[in-house]
Design a protein around this ligand. Sequence first.
Ligand SMILES: [Zn+2]
Length: 446
Amino acid sequence: MFDNEYIYISQKVRLMPNKSQINVLTDFFNKARFIHNLAVTYYNKKLEETGEMLKAPILQSLYLKNKPQYEFLKDVSPTLQNKIFANLSIAIGKRMANKEANKFLFFKKKKTILYESFYLGKSEFSLVEKPNKKHHYIYFKGLGSSIKIQDKLRFKEGIPLFVTFKKELNKYYASITYKVKKDDYLSSLKYKIENNEKAIGIDLGINQFITTSCGLSIGAERPLLKSEKRLKMLYRRLDKKEHPRFKGDTTKKSNAYLKLSFKIAKLHNRIKKIRNDHLNKVSSVLVRNFAAICMEDLSVKELQNSKSFAKNEQDIAFYNLQTKIAYKSKLANHKFILANKYFASSKVCVKCGHIKEDLTLFNRVYRCPNCGFEIDRDFNAACNLFKYMKKIIGWGTSKFKPFELDKLVKDCDKNNLNYYFQSLGNNQSEIKKDALLTQKLNHASI
Ligand SMILES: [Zn+2]
C-alpha cells in the first residue's frame, strides 16, 4: 500500500480530568512553560547584547547543556522538548522574515496565561478502552489513572501519532492526530460525497459571506455578529480599568482589569469556536455537493499587512475557508481551482465579456454598459469564476435540476446555514420556474 493512501487528521476532544489528574497536567504545563521561558531568556539576552538572533537548534543545545541544573526537568519527554523548540523555530522565523517586527520573543507568564499546552509522541501516550464503559480514556506516564475523554473518538481505525494536551481558560482538551486510511476516513463521513458534474465559482463578499454561481448565497453566522458587538463593548469597558497605558508605565493591572480580561478571552474563545464551526459546515456542504470549486486566490501578504482589525478578522475567515475547501476537495478527489488574483472576476460582464473598469465597491448591481445586462454584483463575479474554471478543467455545470436543488437545500438546512438563493439573472430562468426555489425565496432570511 502506498503512503499517499493515508491521510493525517486531528480530532480535538474534551477531557474530564479529576483533581489529581489536573495536578499532573498542570505539572506538565508548568514544565513546558519553564523550558519555553528558559529558551526565550537565552534568545533575548543574546539579542540584547549583540543583536544576533539565535536559531532554535542553538537554543536547544544551550538548554540541554544547562538542563542538569534543573532537577525537576530530569524526566521530561524528549518529544515534549523538541516540540517547544520547533515552535520557537517558527516564531523566530517569522521575526526574521518580517523586518518591522519586534525581534524579541515573549515569555509565557503564569499569572496571565490563559492557554497552555504540551505535546507527546506516539510511544508516550495511549488511548484506553475500559470494559463496560462507553467513554474512552487517555493515558501517559506520570498519571496515576487514565483521563476520561468526553467526546466520541472519530477515527478508531486510525493510528494515533501524537497528541497535544491543552488548557484553554479552565477547560482541558487533547488534540489527537491520527494516520488514517483515506477510504476509512471517507466512509466515516456522515454525508455521502457526490461525484457529479456539479461545479461552482465562489465569490467572497462583504454583504454575503459567500455567493456561488449556482445562486446559493450563504450569510455570515448570526450569533457571531452579536458576540462581536459585545466584544467591542467589553473592550471599551476594559480600557477604563486601571492598567499600564504606555511602554514603561508602572501602573499595575488591577484585579478588575484581570477579571474582565478573562471574560474577554472567554468570549474570544467562543467566537473562535462559532466561526470555526461555521467554516467547517460551509466547506463540508460545498465540497460534498460540488465536484469542482473555484475561488479567487487570497494573498497572504495582504492579509499580514492589513491594519484594520475587523477587516483582518474577515480576511482570516476567508483564508481559513479557502484552506478547508482545498483540503476537503483533495480528500474527496474533487477539483479545486484558485483563480489568479489579477483575474478581475467582478469587473467582467458574465454575458458579453465587457470589462467595466469603473466598477466600485458601492455598485451592488452590475449593469453592463455594453449589452445592458443587469445582475447582482457578487453573483456576476461567482459566475465568472465558474467560467474561468470551466476553461481550465473542461467540464462542469452550475445548473441544478429540481431534485438536486432539493438535496442541496436540505443539506444547508441540516447544517443550520443562513442561506438564500440569488434573485436570478435571465440566464438562470429555468431554475426560477422551480416552485421549491420560489418557496425558499419567500422564506429567505435576508
Ligand atoms: Zn455585457
